[in-house]
Design a protein around this ligand. Structure first.
Ligand code: NAP
Ligand code: GDD
Length: 322
């Protein structure tokens, strides 16, 4: 019997790669999408265009418990991957309330419908290294205390605790991945990596003149999204549910990312990148570096792609887009 998976946030970067992975493994793949996405597939389903025929999409809203309830009941999934979220940290400073509503209530609603309609299923929650925020240890492990620095980070800490509580209180299978930044050619343009690679490509082709960024000294542990969705799947294959840090263990600055991306198109980033204090965050997460030893020992997971290759793959993709 093929397994059935239900994914929230299926239209996003991770949702699209996870869908591909699960289809390859023979799963029936279902996704919950906003109604607007079904009405505007060209723009809003662009990451799924090549697999649209192979998956089943259900209109629903993370703000509406009844809509989620109906879908979970109908699909009766074996595995639920809850990836849907307002995922842009900067925006969470502009609209704390909708970020917390979507991310916290959305997670709570999903957990509750899972408990009501499919308690035998396995549930994955998309936790984040943003939960570590003002970090207490370097590198960060599953035991590092949380100190979130944004409404986004706070919503993820709360989601993490509710997810764990459903495991401890009701004996349900819930696992959280504490994923560090992961990127790809499918990354949204608002995130710094894609902003850099799309501008480096455009500037090299004479389509743009400069790139305005915020904090160039921020450090992130950047991996590849394809590696990271594999970790999500591995987590749900364990007999016992648990929480795992997923990271590469190496960090680089935003400045280094710029240097490599511009170098790849034969340019010196210092001639094109400018900073604007408006793009600095009110409370910044200065540096993140993960320790994924537990995932390696327990899941056999390791990242397969290097930082350098990630930058090149993204720049090449953006060059081809032009
Ligand atoms: P993404 O590309 O921004 O995708 C977010 C998804 O959530 C999209 O499908 C989006 O749907 C959906 N969504 C947003 N607001 C929604 C709402 N109000 N109702 C229903 N759906 C909504 O994010 P991603 O990079 O794939 O990340 C997936 C998950 O992992 C997120 O929970 C994110 O917070 C978490 N995470 C990401 C990273 C990372 O580095 N990528 C690291 C740690 C954790 P629309 O297409 O309709 O907008
Ligand atoms: N977006 C953006 N735009 N970030 C900039 C810019 C800019 O112009 N200039 C500098 N930065 C810095 C930010 O201040 C931050 O320190 C770093 O670049 C990375 O920013 P983002 O790419 O927006 O990602 P993020 O680290 O805030 O959040 C991502 O990773 C989290 C995991 O740690 C998102 O994917 C979150 O959803 C995810 O949880």
């Amino acid at each position: 019997m093929p397994q059935t998976a239900l994914i929230t946030g299926i239209t996003g970067q991770d949702g699209s790669y996870l869908s591909e992975l699960l289809l390859k493994k023979g799963y029936n793949v279902h996704g919950i999408v906003r109604r607007a996405s079904i009405e505007d597939p060209v723009h809003r389903l662009h990451r799924l265009g090549h697999i649209l025929e192979d998956i089943e999409l259900h209109p629903g809203s993370l703000e509406s418990y009844p809509s989620l309830y109906e879908i979970v009941r109908k699909v009766s999934p074996d595995e639920i991957y809850h990836l849907g979220a307002q995922s842009f940290v900067s925006y969470s400073f502009e609209d704390e309330f909708s970020t917390i509503n979507t991310n916290l209530n959305g997670t709570h609603y999903m957990l509750s419908t899972f408990r009501q309609c499919a308690p035998e299923a396995r549930f994955y929650f998309a936790g984040s290294s943003e939960m570590f925020g003002k970090v207490k240890n370097v590198p960060q492990t599953e035991d590092t205390p949380f100190h979130p620095r944004s409404a986004y980070g706070i919503s993820k800490v709360a989601g993490f605790h509710i997810t764990r509580n459903y495991r401890e209180a009701y004996g349900l299978y819930t696992a959280s991945g504490i994923l560090f930044n992961h990127e790809s050619p499918r990354r949204g343009y608002e995130f710094v990596t894609r902003k850099i690679t799309s501008h480096a490509a455009a500037i090299s082709k004479g389509k743009a003149k400069e790139l305005i960024l915020g904090n160039l000294d921020a450090e992130r542990d950047w991996g590849h999204a394809q590696d990271y969705v594999h970790a999500m799947w591995l987590m749900l294959q364990k007999d016992e549910a648990d929480d795992y840090v997923i990271a590469t263990g190496t960090t680089n600055t935003v400045r280094k990312f710029c240097e490599l991306a511009f170098e790849h198109v034969g340019l010196d980033y210092r001639n094109y990148v400018k900073t604007d204090s408006k793009l600095f965050r009110p409370a910044e997460v200065a540096a993140l570096q993960g320790d994924a030893n537990k995932a390696e020992e327990s899941l056999g997971w390791r990242p397969t792609k290097t930082f350098q290759n990630l930058v090149i793959e993204m720049v090449e993709h953006d060059l081809a887009q032009i």
